[in-house]
Ligand binder design. Structure first.
Ligand code: HEC
Ligand code: HEC
Length: 217
């Protein structure tokens, strides 16, 4: 009789415990889902498509406004951290100097014995938090965007002497397809991706060029 009661009450206690755990898990995963959705929605909203500027009648004014919008991507830490002015790559949303020790080297692929590819492979390695994409290296110093205004970046990006001798059409191709640019929208671990999507970014560059590639002041 007592054994039966003891069994029953411990069974009841177990059921209550299991219920509590199940509820806690459900709440946890629901709020995780909510957080992810919020982040996703915010990121997608952050970059307006070219159509959002259609009401600006003057093409030159529209072109400059569209580049200013694209500037949200150019000045984002995911891009600036490689388009850095100094001898070291940068890291994180605050663009602090790269840890562990790494230098640009003569070709942007690192110093001898400490090449970028020693640590950075063709894809993100999330267990160790190391980002990766094919051809991982630092942008040359003439392509630095760190600390520059959107207008200065714009002048630089369309200047063949400072953009790797690219035509405006080459820029659209590069913005839409280069694996290092693509990486900025899937940067791995808990890094914040570049605003919007790469498609919207490419469309902005295209629209900027179609309206005369005018730079904001
Ligand atoms: C891992 C480093 C890395 C990241 C991240 C990176 N870039 Fe670059 N980028 C480079 C390198 C290296 C070059 C020069 C490549 C060449 O000339 O072939 C370059 C060149 C460019 C160019 C052409 C040159 C110019 O200045 O006009 C553009 C445009 C560009 N990147 C855009 C971006 C954008 C936009 C992002 C972020 C969404 C980005 N890059 C992220 C390394 C990077
Ligand atoms: C000894 C290993 C090692 C070497 C060599 C190395 N890196 Fe890194 N790098 C890392 C690690 C680890 C991280 C991630 C650190 C973090 O995010 O906290 C990182 C992060 C970065 C980031 C940050 C991305 C972001 O937006 O937060 C950039 C950019 C970068 N490396 C560029 C380079 C370049 C360019 C080279 C070569 C010149 C290089 N790294 C060489 C290990 C290395």
């Amino acid at each position: 009789m007592t054994a039966k009661i003891a069994f029953r009450s411990s069974f009841a206690a177990f059921t209550v415990l299991a219920l509590v755990i199940a509820i806690a898990l459900a709440i946890g995963s629901a709020s995780g889902r909510e957080n992810r959705q919020e982040r996703g929605a915010a990121a997608a909203d952050e970059l307006l498509p070219p159509e959002a500027f259609a009401s600006i009648a003057d093409p030159a004014e529209r072109s400059a406004a569209v580049f200013t919008e694209a500037g949200k991507v150019f000045t984002h830490p995911r891009c600036v951290n490689c388009h850095a002015e100094g001898d070291r790559p940068l890291q994180g949303d605050d663009s602090h100097p790269h840890q562990p020790w790494a230098r640009r080297g003569a070709d942007g692929f690192g110093a001898p014995g400490m090449r970028c590819a020693t640590c950075h492979t063709d894809e993100n390695f999330d267990p160790a938090g190391v980002p990766g994409a094919p051809n991982w290296h630092l942008a040359p110093t003439e392509m630095t965007w760190q600390g520059k205004s959107i207008g200065e970046i714009c002048d630089q990006v369309k200047d063949p002497a400072r953009n790797g001798d690219r035509t405006l059409q080459d820029l659209i191709h590069h913005a839409g397809e280069d694996p290092l640019v693509t990486w900025a929208w899937s940067p791995g671990r808990d890094r914040q991706p570049a605003p919007g999507t790469q498609t919207v970014f490419r469309d902005l560059i295209q629209a900027w060029i179609d309206d005369g590639a005018v730079c904001p002041p």
